[in-house]
Every structure is written in structure tokens, then in C-alpha cells.
Ligand binder design. Structure first.
Ligand code: UVW
Length: 329
């Protein structure tokens, strides 16, 4: 097993600090040029749309953790309010919520429903911002780790990447198909960079600078079958940080909960690839994506490239964002 010395060494190799200027907060999204965006749009040939997000609901995958919960959807106004408040409206104080609603509903046909969502931003399909994970008191590009405060991230918050869309050429690497697995990869077999290259070759697709790579492990299908989110899985070996660096990948997403293999390949630390990607490279990680329909279509027509559109919410200072990405072919 690799040591922390190996880990720090790879960090020195892949670090992009200063590469796009001292103030840069876009990281490897800088590889997505206007030409790249235009070429990605040119991959749309049939108008087929594949939503890649999972449901945001109480049946989500967060049963696995105590520090995160599944989204709670709360109705704040519904038809029952309209009926009751119309009847009892005059009894409510004008400066209360009930009084305000009673005013909306009284003596006119207008009715409405309203709702809100309470959730950890990383509860379902998401992007990790660069400020999500770090080591050695520094975020991406050397920004101080204590610039993330209880008021949010002053540096590397998710809203800082908004100018990139995020949209580019997406490439699906279907490791389930490549390994000949039935629905999901077996536990404990981390995916290596060489395997990613071999998989792309077998699929007849090349990987280019600025691509967003989607890695299918089948974990999401396993979750749908077993249903509690704590099922083990396989993901990228931590050394894939070098593969992502060498191929100038703009971002990487997977259908599992951490992208990388849950069993750390580095003795003495948890989630080494997170630290290398988010902190050293400035490369965003997407988690809990659902590639089921896209993978079936790619297998059917043999085309594994498409336009990918995956904008984060502009939550100021957030260290991640819920998303509903789409692939268009
Ligand atoms: C952690 O669990 C810290 O990170 P992620 O949600 O990115 O896997």
C-alpha cells in the first residue's frame, strides 16, 4: 500500500496552483474553451436528452451516514390552508402568516401551493466545490483553509465556477460493461488509469483536453436494488488523479457516493483522491449521478460522447451544489 510520502509526492506532480493565475478559482474548468463548448454542442445529432440526476427525496442514499440526511420536502402552503383560512380568515392576526394567507384567499378565486426543501447540499446528485476537501491548511491555489467560515467559503465556493456553465463534451466510461459485470463492479477492485484508457479504447472513444469524464460503476443500480446506501462499491484508484491530470480532464463524475474507491490506497489517510483533485488540481468531483439510461443508449449506438450540461446552483459560499445534469446526443 502507498504511504503518505507517495501521496504528497503525487500532490506535487499534479498541483495546478498558479497555472491559471494567483486568483484563479476555476481550476481545470479552464480547459473548457469556447471552441470546446461549440464542439460539444456539435455532438447533438438526434435531440435525445438523458437526465443524469437522482430523486431529491426521503428515499435517497444518505442512510449510510450520520452527518448527512436525505432531503426533507415540506409544504408551506397547500389547498387545505386555502380552504381553512378562507373560512376562518377574519380570526387571524393581519401580521401573522395565517393572516397574510387569509388575505390572499379571501373573496377571490386565486389559490396556490408553496414548498421548501431542507437538505445537505451533498445529499444527492451534486458537484463538490474545491473548498469541500483540503489538507495542510490550504485550499486549491493556496487559498487559506480558514477562509471557509460559518458564513461560507470566501474562496472556492461553488458560485465561483458559474461562468463555465458547466458544460463541455462528456464521455461515458462504462466500467460495468468493460469488466463484463452484470450490474455493478465488485467491491475492492479499484479502477486504475490504465483501465480507463483501455475502456475508452474498447468503446472507440478518445479522451480530450477539457472533457468531463463520467465513470459508471453500477453502484446506483445496486442501491436501487438493495436500498440503503451503505452497500460497498468500487471507485477510482487514488492514483487516477494523475490520469485526470495527464489527460487535462475538466471534471469527473461517477454513479457512486465518492467517485474514488472507498478503501483508501494510501496508508494513514481517508479519501486521498479527493484531496489531490479538489485541493491540488482544482478538479471538481460529481457524485450520485445516474447513468443507467445513458449507458444503455451508448451501448446500443456505440457513441460514448455527448454534450453535457451540469450547472451548479449559485449558492454563495457553498462547498457543493445539488444538480440535475443532462447529457444530450
Ligand atoms: C466526503 O464524504 C467528505 O466527501 P464526498 O461527499 O465528496 O464524498
Amino acid at each position: 500500500m502507498a504511504t503518505l510520502t507517495d501521496f504528497y509526492k503525487l500532490g506535487d506532480t499534479v498541483r495546478n496552483w498558479g497555472r491559471w493565475g494567483a486568483d484563479d478559482e476555476l481550476g481545470t474548468l479552464n480547459f473548457i474553451t469556447p471552441q470546446k463548448v461549440a464542439a460539444a454542442a456539435g455532438l447533438v445529432r438526434h435531440g435525445k436528452v438523458f437526465p443524469l440526476g437522482i430523486d431529491f427525496g426521503s428515499n435517497g442514499p444518505q442512510g449510510a451516514f450520520k452527518f448527512r440526511a436525505n432531503p426533507t420536502h415540506v409544504m408551506t402552503v397547500d389547498g387545505g390552508d386555502a380552504e381553512t383560512l378562507t373560512e376562518y380568515g377574519p380570526k387571524w392576526l393581519q401580521n401573522s402568516v395565517a393572516g397574510e394567507l387569509a388575505g390572499f384567499f379571501a373573496d377571490n378565486p386565486f389559490r396556490f401551493n408553496d414548498d421548501m426543501l431542507i437538505m445537505p447540499l451533498q445529499a444527492a446528485t451534486q458537484w463538490d466545490a474545491f473548498s469541500h476537501v483540503y489538507y495542510g491548511d490550504k485550499l486549491y491555489n493556496g487559498f487559506p483553509a480558514d477562509s471557509v467560515t460559518s458564513m461560507g467559503a470566501f474562496h472556492c465556493g461553488i458560485e465561483k465556477v458559474d461562468s463555465k456553465g458547466i458544460t463541455s463534451r462528456g464521455v461515458l466510461l462504462d466500467l460495468v460493461k468493460y469488466r463484463g459485470a452484470e450490474t455493478f463492479l465488485e467491491v475492492g477492485e479499484p479502477i486504475t488509469g490504465d483501465e480507463l484508457d483501455e475502456c475508452a479504447k474498447r468503446q472507440g472513444v478518445t479522451i480530450g483536453s477539457g472533457d468531463i469524464v463520467l465513470v459508471r460503476t453500477g453502484w446506483w443500480n445496486r442501491f436501487l436494488e438493495a436500498g440503503d446506501g451503505s452497500e460497498p462499491y468500487s471507485g477510482l484508484d487514488w492514483t487516477c488523479a494523475k490520469w485526470l491530470h495527464d489527460h487535462e480532464i475538466a471534471a469527473v463524475a461517477a454513479d457512486n457516493l465518492m467517485v474514488e474507491n472507498p478503501i483508501s490506497g494510501v496508508e494513514g489517510t481517508f479519501l486521498p483522491m479527493h484531496m489531490l483533485c479538489l485541493r491540488d488540481m482544482g478538479l471538481m468531483l460529481g457524485e450520485y449521478w445516474d447513468f443507467t439510461a445513458l449507458a444503455a443508449d451508448c451501448a446500443a449506438d456505440g457513441v460514448y460522447e455527448f454534450q453535457l450540461v451540469a450547472p451548479p446552483l449559485r449558492v454563495v459560499g457553498a462547498v457543493g451544489s445539488p444538480i440535475n445534469p443532462i447529457a444530450i446526443k
